[in-house]
Design a protein around this ligand. Sequence first.
Ligand SMILES: Cc1cc2nc3c(=O)[nH]c(=O)nc-3n(C[C@H](O)[C@H](O)[C@H](O)COP(=O)(O)O)c2cc1C
Ligand code: SF4
Length: 706
Amino acid sequence: MDLTLTVGVIAAFLVIFLFRYLSNRQAAPAPVRQPAVVKEFHIEEVTLEEPKKDESCACKEGNTTDEKTSCCRSNDNDDCKKDQIMNARVLYGSQTGTAKEWAHHLAANLRSEGYKATVSDLATFEPDELSQLSLVFFVISTYTDGKAPDTCIGFYEWLEDMSHDFRVPKDFYSKLKYSIFGIGDSIYGDNYCTTAKEMDKMLQRMSAQRVAPIGFGDSGTSVEIKDGYKPWFKGVSAGLNGSQKQDKKQTKTKPKKKVELGRISEEPDELSDDEEVKENITDVEDMGKFVKPVPQKKKKVEIQEEEEEEDEEEDDDDEELELVEGQAPKEMLTESLRKSLTKQGYKLLGSHSGVKMCRWTKAMMRGRGGCYKHTFYGITSSQCMEMTPSLACANKCVFCWRHHKNPVGKEWRWVVDEPDMLVDAAMKNHYGMIKQFRGVPGVTKESFEEASTIRHCALSLVGEPIIYPYINRFVQLLHEKNISSFMVTNAQFPDKIETLDPVTQLYVSIDAGTKESLKKVDRPIFGDFWERFLGSIEALKRKGQRTVFRLTLINGWNTEEISNYAQLVELGAPTLIEIKGVTYCGTSKASTLTMKNVPYHQEVLHFSQALCDSTPFMKENYEIACEHEHSCCVLLANKRFKVDGVWHTWIDYPKFHELAASGKDFTAEDYMAPTPYWAVVGSEEKGFDPEQVRHKRTKPYAGQGC
Ligand SMILES: Cc1cc2nc3c(=O)[nH]c(=O)nc-3n(C[C@H](O)[C@H](O)[C@H](O)COP(=O)(O)O)c2cc1C
Ligand code: SF4
């Protein structure tokens, strides 16, 4: 019995010892692999032999191969080790390219510090390779609910599993040096850069060594990613110089490798303080042009003092920054946002507004037809100015044509431009664009002259116009110039709807019928987005003028919720319901929409009829009034607007301006006008004005906002 017990205990010791020894070898490709042979090892203290240098080793003098061999990976060969230290891998996780861009920027910076830096996408990176690297930088962004970008979910989950797997030794990455630069948007509050933060925790759990603390790049409004990158890289640079010193020091002291009960321990001989100072000074000189040499005679205490002074200087800078922030708000558009929006064709006005010419304005100038607002409400498309007084909004809708290079905000926290200046600048820019059409084929003298007077303003370009602090004055200025106002809000600011003065037509975007799908489609930044959405609908009901629900149908996303939409209609009782098929905005990594998600006009008509028939309330109050086949758009109107069998969805604009100027209360019915036959659903023209000439585009049109 005793003998069996003794043999059993020894065998157990051997198994534990071997497992722990193998676990400590970072190069081991499979961390949980069990040892097959145990008899070569002894429990007592032994000195391991230095690994023999591989003949074909990449770092052998004169050898041109780049391939790392077992010798290099062992981390025990000085030459190889030096080579490894100077090899940095930058791994990025990115959906729309921002993190990728910064990963390349980082690699360039590392190269200029003397490192061999290569960049890889985590989407294709083989996770097991991580254990073979010695210096790694992660540049990674964050998405909805703090999740990793779609492209690198696989790697993220793998690392997470590893870090929680009890079979993986806690020091599995103890030889891995790393730092993380997270990219996100601080508007997401607690979810700001969570992917990066979580990955940092995971690597810490497995004992990876930070070269520098995690850094953050805020891609939000009014800030620049570089503001976070610069101090982070400064830390990386300092950390690398420090770790080079440390590595060299360890190499020079040639630690004896000992095995104690299966654990490798490195015990460098202790250095005295003086020796340590000397060591530091020599290393600084070694670094040549990258680090300022410190005179030999300087003692450690002086160096420390210098460091402290430097820290104090940095603190002063921070204070100054805070003071400036406290004194004056920043501008909404940063330089990079300006560049990106200008590239997309926006004429930027002041610090937070934009104007862009709508393709229908051009089309009608050339006699090629008007937009659906011409069909449904009688605007003259060639006299319409499309603009927004706030390029920032509170959503990141999947169908947004800006592909999310846009500012977002939960409230106004930027410099505010004067409304008079904005209206003037918008009109001036719009007229400037109109002028360019003089002499273009199809543009007649009459149509050019007509277009030279703005009569309508579509406050629906992009962004959220309602959050502009002077929105009421802004709209009043438009009305004073006999310009009607069509304002679209994304249903996240009920209090602003409440305090809004009468506009010609007020829209609320109803992008989904349920909380779950609204979250998927609009990707709102507010946590209480659903309550805000419902609150906006209720606020709309209390408005006296024309109100509209704008539904954007996306096949496979939000077309199955007819009864939910009906409930929302009952809650808001809008005058009109516009139902439009989503416009395909082209390929974008920010949105997974494809042409399959775009409904045909017949599908939109079918949905519209089903909505009208869905509940007794809908049947009693709404009917399909108009269609504009070209835009894949259908209009449902409250039956109050069918007077003696004739639809009155058009607007009497002079009457509206008269009512708005009167300061008295008025209702939607007070400025309605009859709809022409060709605009009514079922007409042969399908909503196309017979006075215009049809023109078939060969290329699809990409671009849609709210
Ligand atoms: C739909 C969506 C959701 C987002 N969610 C978050 C988030 O939860 N936390 C965060 O910090 N940033 C969030 N962001 C901001 C992105 O991280 C930011 O735009 C980043 O620059 C994207 O980097 P990429 O281009 O490398 O993918 C989100 C962006 C979008 C479009
Ligand atoms: S579509 Fe409108 S609401 Fe949605 S993100 Fe774009 S601007 Fe904002």
